[in-house]
Design a protein around this ligand. Sequence first.
Ligand code: DOR
Ligand code: ZN
Length: 351
Amino acid sequence: MPDKDLTEITLRRPDDWHLHLRDGAMLKAVLPETTRHFERAIVMPNLVPPVVTAKEAAAYRARILAARPDGSTFTPLMMLYLTEDTDPNDVEYAHKNGIATAVKLYPAGATTNSASGVRDFDKVRPVLDRMAEIGMPLCVHGEVTDSEIDIFDREAVFIDRVLKPIRKKNPDLRVVMEHVTTEDAVDYVRDHRKNLAATITTHHLIINRNHILAGGIRPHYYCLPVAKREKHRVALVQAAISGDKRFFLGTDSAPHTDVNKLQECGCAGVFSATNTMSCLAEVFEAAGALGKLEAFTSLNGPAFYGMEPNEATITLRKGDAANYPAQIQSGDGPVTVFDPGFPLHWHVHTT
Ligand code: DOR
Ligand code: ZN
């Protein structure tokens, strides 16, 4: 059936392979927005201070479990924040004991709370070697931080200067390029079959850099990596709808209060947990690829991480434009929900 005639589609319950939940009042406010539709999520460790050790990850996981809405079976999958002092034994311990699923590499200074990230990549080599040995994935924020590199080029330069050398020295390391934003990254992942995958966010499938800057500046569309030209957005959509197992959803839903977004130097992050599945259904429908949505949101991620897809399902039904809130309230203040710029006709029904 052509997609325009489809009004209902059932998928395995999705997972989010890149999510920011924060802590305290913000965690309490944003967690239900994810658990409503998602069964599992990889939870980013860029708290202040960051989640570096197995002990810290276990404690953070306990706080997330305690904040789950009543009846939720949501599973947080924890991530360790890689620093130049990370102990390979601690990483192995976290992995073997089911405390952490992956390790996150932030080049120092690349984004929100990344000051403790890596400056000298040789210093983390023993950790990377150990991870390759035990099959633990490394998730990378793929942007160089050098001030002389144009912000729109930082992902492509990262591939050449950092990712290629890391993968050359350590071909057995399993790597996820997080939130890819360029055709260059899509091509790189597609051309290198072994031990490499990429997450794509909801918002990067929808906005390009004009949405941020043309006709007025839109702080709620500002995130890192920043959205690029339209040709890159199109490449991301092609990758997402391809069914290729190496591409899967990582929303990078990253809540900041409006006060922190709307200021002279506003924070980077788009909060999309609330309406992500409806947004994605629109994107896939427009591309005539609703049949590939399940692979992107519910199958490819678990396959990469060696997990089973979820047993439960969700059903998306097309109807009148859905009424998602423009903001959610948190104890720290309101957080604006991602505005895709078009009506969302696909409603999510959970069983
Ligand atoms: O836009 C972003 N926000 N990109 C990141 O990498 C981090 C995130 C955050 O934590 O707010
Ligand atoms: Zn992120």
